[in-house]
Write a protein that binds this ligand. Structure first.
Ligand code: SAM
Length: 256
């Protein structure tokens, strides 16, 4: 449904109009600049998305924080601000619940990128394989800064790359290590915000202009910004109002 809306309107600066039906499952949407943003639970909203209708999926999913960051179920943030546990719990949504939906919605011979820390890498990989994905590559996001750890100071996060179905050549460049700078200080909108340039690189490697990328857990929507800056359509879902509104503002600020 939403994919059709982006396509019909040429993907740029047009909200979905005639032909757009707001399903009861979609509590709220915002559409503009080639992006459609849903405020709600991905598991509910996924039901209104057609089989094999998006060209790429990038996501940084909710998972249990292991060590650091959490205090009495709350997420500590910079400057002493404390967030409620905004969905970062495997108790609320399990890999095995949402991965089959992502598999269903992604087109054949297309790529799925999912971010992980070291602790969730193995269960996440097992769940991806169980959902039907074929493993392609393990990419490393080199943050070029370390955070303290029990063992070695941590400098990397990981991007698991999978395909659905057969291999198809894309436009790969660079290497399996992506050096990047994570948003910090005042530029940071979300406690686990990912850098736009890194996502732009993945989007350019894996899609063509006007193709559509889905992020089922968009947070503050860096993937949406990456897509719009590169002429791709974007569909994002976020459960928490606070991040949904930040995402909406981010997309609005890109409107020309
Ligand atoms: C790891 S964060 C993503 C952060 C994002 N990559 C960014 O750079 O801002 C995961 C997000 O998933 C959201 N979330 C958790 N459960 C969800 C669900 N069932 N449906 C949609 N969003 C959900 C959380 O509120 C959180 O913002």
């Amino acid at each position: 449904m939403c994919q059709e809306a982006i396509r019909k309107k040429g993907g740029r600066n047009e909200p979905p109009g005639k032909g757009w039906q707001m399903g009861e499952k979609a509590a709220a949407i915002y559409a503009g600049s080639g992006a459609v943003l849903y405020h709600g639970d991905f598991l509910r909203i996924a039901g209104s998305m057609e089989n094999e209708s998006v060209d790429m999926v990038f996501t940084d999913p909710p998972f249990e924080l292991t060590g650091g960051g959490m205090k009495k179920g709350k997420l500590l943030y910079e400057g002493g601000e404390v967030f409620q546990n905004c969905g970062f719990s495997t108790k609320e949504i399990n890999f095995k619940d949402w991965l089959p939906e992502v598999y269903r919605i992604l087109k054949k011979e297309r790529f799925f990128y999912v971010m992980s820390n070291d602790r969730n890498l193995f269960p996440l990989h097992d769940a991806c394989i169980a959902s039907g994905f074929k493993f392609c590559e393990l990419l490393v996001m080199d943050k070029k800064m370390t955070v303290p750890s029990t063992y070695y100071p941590k400098r990397a996060e990981f991007i698991l790359m999978y395909r659905k179905g057969r291999f198809r050549r894309a436009h790969f460049s660079g290497s399996t290590v992506i050096e990047t700078r994570i948003p910090r200080g005042k530029e940071k909108r979300h406690p686990t915000e990912k850098p736009v340039p890194m996502i732009e690189h993945l989007v350019r490697c894996s899609t063509l202009e006007n193709e559509i990328c889905l992020d089922p857990f968009m947070g503050s929507c860096p993937a949406g910004e990456a897509c719009i800056k590169n002429g791709r359509g974007f569909i994002g879902v976020e459960k928490e109002r606070r991040w949904f509104e930040i995402s909406q503002d981010r997309i609005k600020s890109l409107e020309v």
